[in-house]
Design a protein around this ligand. Sequence first.
Ligand code: TYD
Ligand code: MG
Length: 459
Amino acid sequence: MPKAPRTIFVCQECGAQSQKWLGRCADCGAWNSMVEERPAEGPATVAHRFATGGTASTAQLYADVELRSHERVSTGIDEFDRVLGGGVVPGSLVLLGGEPGIGKSTLLLQAAASMARAVGPVLYSSGEESEHQIKSRGERLGVGDAPLYLLAETCLERILEEIVRIRPALVIVDSIQTVFSLRFQSAPGSIGQVREAATQLLFAAKGQNVPVFLVGHVTKEGSLAGPKALEHVVDTVLYFEGERHHSHRVVRAVKNRFGAVSELGVFEMTANGLRAVPNPSKLFLAERPLNAPGSAVLCAVEGSRPILVEVQALVSTSTYGTARRMAHGIDAQRLSLLLAVLEKRAGLHLGGDDVFVNVAGGMAIDEPASDLGIVAAIASSLRNRPLPPTVAMFGEVGLAGEVRGITQASLRIREAAQMGFSRCVMPEANIDSSDRSIGRSCDLVGVRSVGEALDHLLG
Ligand code: TYD
Ligand code: MG
């Protein structure tokens, strides 16, 4: 009787392998995540690589290693270049993750078209849409006669063949979860397939010195399918964020071997594709109500970029026994902490009130420097008194009610001054005489505690 082919069980969350099926992964603890897969034909071990005549590299002395600056190629979309750290690095593998329908394919098709026009042929391989569907989208985006090759294919080996044949200046694989390798018999999208496909594309990228963009789907929990396996393999991980009901989209770098992380690009979805927003502060403050209680403007810094956003708070008497607290765009735990500080250190009575906090425009902020703005918005709503409309604020709030210094104060002040704010309420520790000259038109008011800040703002 022929021996049954050997199979292994692979956790779809973390990639751990086991000989037996397990209800719970022993490595990451995920339930019901083990799927039966067949291992790849032939061992891909070091010994195997030597045996097949692969080139083995030798260790080099640090001093002998040539220093090479990465020459970068512009994607033709400024905001996208910024997130990538100044353009695409040839030979790099970039993963773009995001929810379905957020605009991943749109952005990459636009980048593909402009790079095809400026640099050379681009290969756009899609396992999700046919060539016709991509073309009808391309017509809206004005792709025109750029040398763009479309390939509706899910077989990895075929995609690799086309890369060798066309020798493109850029490769896009939309999406990595639809690609399967003939060497594996597990289903496309399973962790084994995703990892194999990403690794093979990495070799292709490095071997041919061509940048490769992968589109990745996110799971319901907001992480990429096969997250750990993929994020380790690629050079850069970008996330596409935004709300379906808002037209603006944010692309954020969460890992970048060739640039700064948490760098941010802001786009607006229009009828003709994504349009870069060079001045996001203007966009986020566009609908700000002046002289409305509960509205505060804070200066956040994302990566190297300062952004002014409006945070809104609504405090109203709770009609039920327990007060409700809701946070949109800021961390709910952080809100609870700030409310406790306001109650205990600034003498505000919020125990019987519902508190809702929202960052306008669907933007998400996770910097401690936003604390002071949130606290001011809540106090303003509670007292039903508006904050002065031309004041911007930033500063971290500590548990003792103190306002602590933060990083990149000059950058924030400059942005506030540029956007026409006449005063910045900020940590005393960050007041620096050199900053006074930056915002000559902008008054700098240093505060040491939440109480002092609220006295100044609400009188
Ligand atoms: P898409 O790029 O297909 O999303 P993803 O690849 O992330 O799943 O974006 C689809 C959405 O964008 C869809 O809801 C329609 C909208 N859209 C526009 O508003 N304008 C446009 O020019 C295009 C091409 C798409
Ligand atoms: Mg798509």
